[in-house]
Write a protein that binds this ligand. Structure first.
Ligand SMILES: Nc1ncnc2c1ncn2[C@@H]1O[C@H](COP(=O)(O)OP(=O)(O)OP(=O)(O)O)[C@@H](O)[C@H]1O
Length: 259
């Protein structure tokens, strides 16, 4: 049985006078340690599917199974990293990175030390007692990564975590996140608008259509590319070819939707 299984998932949002079928018939499987990306036109349901996998939304139809357990609500097996870092401005970096541990009752000397070591590994040992406003966007996202990994989740959900950063910082952070996740053998799903980022970081890319969102096409990234860090992958001879292939498919979809 695969590590993560998304089985026949569809979701309808209801409002007072309306209902929106956001995603339909989503079937995905992910093996432990894999990194996959979801890309697609705006509104194709990328955030909806991540929220379902995180247990924040119960799907109208279908189910999600993580490591042989059905996901029925928010749980500590899943770590979520978003475009905004959501660090608490009134808490120090140290307090922020311990937050998840505290909330899940796992805060002790051992987990504290492990988390502080990870902060050091991210090159941020010196900011432990500072506040989030004293840090740059890239530093804050590194803190958010430490906080996400602190509780040792089985699965990481990354919703556009690099999109608010300048290009240089984004490339550096892609490499850091990639290497860190590989080192800890984490499984991850990335949602992004950036085709290049998806190619450089993933084993597989799922291209979604919209209205309603469903898997349109699957792109397998060759091992010679998926094994190397994103910065190198972006310079690999195969990178452009794959980029063009995905770009063409995405254009077709967007033309269908008159973007
Ligand atoms: N709370 C909600 N109530 C009603 N409709 C919603 C709600 N959240 C999302 N939708 C609709 O569901 C569809 C999918 O939204 P979702 O945010 O998952 O897409 P997305 O691919 O993440 O979008 P983007 O790329 O723009 O961030 C859209 O048509 C959206 O308008």
């Amino acid at each position: 049985m695969s590590f993560l299984q998304i089985q026949d998932v569809s979701h309808v949002y209801f409002s007072k006078n309306d209902r929106t079928l956001a995603i339909t018939d989503i079937n995905l499987t992910i093996e432990e340690g894999e990194f996959i990306s979801i890309i697609g036109p705006s509104g194709c349901g990328k955030t909806t599917i991540l929220s379902i996998v995180a247990g924040l939304i119960t799907p109208s139809v279908g189910k999600v199974i993580l490591d042989n357990e059905s996901i029925t609500g928010p749980n500590k097996n899943t770590g979520y990293m978003l475009q905004q870092d959501y660090l608490f401005p009134w808490k120090t970096i140290r307090e922020n990175i311990f937050l998840g541990l505290k909330l899940t009752g796992q805060l002790n000397e051992k987990t504290k030390q492990k988390t502080l070591n990870l902060l050091k590994k991210m090159g941020l040992g010196h900011v432990e007692n500072q506040f989030p406003t004293q840090l740059s966007g890239g530093m804050r996202q590194r803190v958010a990564l430490v906080r996400t990994l602190a509780t040792n989740p089985k699965l990481l959900l990354l919703d556009e975590p690099f999109s608010a950063l300048d290009f240089q910082t984004k490339l550096k952070l892609e490499d850091l996140v990639f290497k860190t996740l590989k080192q800890f053998e984490k499984t991850a799903i990335l949602v992004t608008h950036d085709i290049g980022e998806a190619i450089a970081m993933s084993n597989r890319i799922y291209l979604f259509t919209n209205r309603p969102g469903t898997v349109h096409k699957l792109f397998n990234i060759p091992e010679e590319l998926s094994k190397i860090p994103p910065f190198e992958a972006r310079n690999h001879p195969l990178y452009n070819e794959i980029f063009q292939g995905i770009w063409k498919e995405l254009e077709k979809l967007e033309n269908q939707n008159e973007y």
